[in-house]
Design a protein around this ligand. Sequence first.
Ligand code: SAM
Length: 227
Amino acid sequence: SDSHFPIPISPDEVDLSQHYPRYFPAGEDEGRDGDAMAPRIRFADVGCGFGGLLVGLSTLFPDTLMIGMELRDKVTEYVKERILALRASNLGKYDNISIVRTNSMKYIPNYFRKAQLSKMFFLFPDPHFKEKNHRRRVISMTLLDEYAYVMEVGGIIYTITDVEELGEWMRSCLEKHPLFEAIPEEEIKEDPVVKLLSTATEEGQKVARNGGQTFQAIFRRISLQEE
Ligand code: SAM
């Protein structure tokens, strides 16, 4: 249960020096996320699994701090080791990625401030087919309110699945939500991140090996006049 992992009480309590030691050297007034000038986490990969997307994004955006959020303890430990090994064998690289064990459906606002994130990823999330389990889905109208809160205006939310019904569900939630707008196809084609959604993730690779179809919905966080 959740009691087995520590939850920061607010984004100020997230110890960035533990996650990104090269950006927050020990001793320099620790890595608490309170300093307005300090770099911030900008990308979140929610339900990151084995971390393939983070590894792919790390070199594509070498100056951007990003974090994976994963519920399973063993998987989280594996990704931690994977990142440490990559850092050790590629000095000066992979210092910008990290992972935290957490339940993203409960604790997103504990980790990120309003408008902090420029990208959020929901790649091949668990489908929860049964109607009564739809509330367990990582995309819902209520959770989109939270994601909109932590995303900056202009930020992009990427979703992909091989389950058609879930793909339709995620797209329809995003279409209904007043703070998100579909990104035009031409723009999606130009975005180097989109290719990674299926090529870099372990789940995407599995689907590709089996010749499966994927369904993606990529939306922009927009502003409302009232904001
Ligand atoms: N995104 C990865 C990929 O594409 O390879 C992993 C996909 S896997 C099917 C879904 C992952 O989401 C699992 O690793 C699962 O443990 C994680 N997960 C499910 N619910 C979660 C939650 N509430 N918070 C964080 N992670 C969660």
